[in-house]
Ligand binder design. Structure first.
Ligand code: ZN
Ligand code: ZN
Length: 355
């Protein structure tokens, strides 16, 4: 089969590789389509998180088949796989992006998304990703059923929607809150929709970005106020909207280090700051604000625990909508063009479709 294989920064190759054979409790799926994630772009660009500061010691184990945002159809089942995962041939399914070890302190404590081994599809050799005709779900994969009604683009959005879901839950939004989503790319636009559901007609939802077309979508998805941070003083505007107090919840989803200090400035005392995005450079901040000045709650957010089931349900019943976000679908052998389109920032979700 053809696959997009990650070898190094800016070195992803379309190669012919063997079709995996499912072993005990493993599942082989035929992949529908794969979304290109901001993390894929940062990895492709050579981010230190992935490759280490000096080109070694990073998270990626190359060579590995790329892609972690995908669903597919069951085409082969190893011994015991049907019973273990409650699936049958032909089912449309998705696996959570992390494959927990089941043995470390976090896994044993029901905190599997922080598993010490941390095998994530598309980044570790034991968990090749979805940019191939077929993909293997290992025995410890966490599998969910995908409704037939979802388009391939919607199904590829389950993973990012689940991540957005978890991040918004980490914000512990209360009725009437002023919530700022900083950065309305793919995940931020999911967060806007989920935060809108949580606010349930109360409060004020504010979206920040640098791109007008994204802010327009945020408005379409229910943001009450949108601010282009290149045109307006966002901190002042948020203070003005809140009688000078600042926002209750600030969710950082831009990946821009400047957005961290901006958030610390515009959040109110005792507010909750959710850090979601991945930075390719360190953020320099006034750490004193967190304690002495505002006594903030700083909540990290990683992956999508608890977010898959509600995301699948919300996509299926259209309480969230990602259809306006799905851009072009490129055949796998045109991966270079797909990555260039994603990197341009002019479109939202670029898909890769196996051939
Ligand atoms: Zn992702
Ligand atoms: Zn573990």
């Amino acid at each position: 089969m053809q696959a997009v294989v990650t070898h190094g920064p800016k070195d992803y190759r379309v190669e012919t590789v063997p079709v995996p054979v499912p072993g005990r409790e493993e599942i082989l799926i035929e992949v529908d389509a794969v979304g290109i994630c901001a993390s894929d772009m940062k990895c492709w660009l050579g981010g230190a998180l992935f490759w280490g500061a000096n080109g070694s010691g990073g998270y990626v184990e190359a060579p590995v088949i790329a892609g972690h945002e995908y669903s597919g159809r069951v085409v082969a089942l190893g011994d015991g796989a049907a019973e273990k995962h409650h699936v049958k041939m032909g089912d449309r399914i998705v696996a959570e992006q992390i494959v927990p070890c089941g043995e470390c302190r976090y896994c044993l404590n029901d905190q599997y998304w922080m598993c010490q081994r941390h095998y994530i599809f598309g980044f570790k050799r034991q968990t090749n990703g979805g940019m191939a005709k077929y993909n293997l779900f290992p025995a410890n994969a966490i599998v969910h059923q995908v409704p037939e009604s979802l388009t391939i683009g919607e199904a590829a959005y389950i993973e990012p929607m689940a991540c957005a879901w978890h991040a918004v839950e980490r914000g512990e939004i209360k009725p009437g809150d002023t919530v700022v989503i900083c950065g309305v790319g793919n995940i931020g636009l999911c967060m806007v929709q989920i935060a809108k559901l949580k606010l349930n007609g109360t409060g004020t939802l504010i979206a920040l970005d640098t791109k007008p077309y994204r802010l327009e979508l945020a408005t379409q998805f229910g943001a009450d106020v949108v601010i282009d941070v290149t045109q307006e003083n966002a901190t002042q505007k948020v203070r003005d909207l809140t009688d000078g107090y600042g926002c209750d919840v600030y969710i950082e989803a831009s990946g821009n280090p400047a957005a961290v200090s901006q958030g610390l400035e515009m959040i109110r005392k005792l507010g909750t700051f959710v850090e979601f995005s991945v930075f390719n450079e360190p953020a320099t901040i006034n750490w004193t604000i967190i304690g002495d000045t505002k006594e903030l709650n700083i909540h990290g957010s990683h992956l999508g625990p608890g977010g898959y089931a509600p995301s699948i349900a919300a996509l299926a019943n259209h309480t969230v909508d990602v259809r306006p976000l799905v851009a072009e679908a490129f055949p796998l052998d045109r991966f270079d063009e797909a990555m260039a389109a994603a990197l341009s920032g002019d479109v939202l979700k670029t898909l890769v479709v196996p051939v």
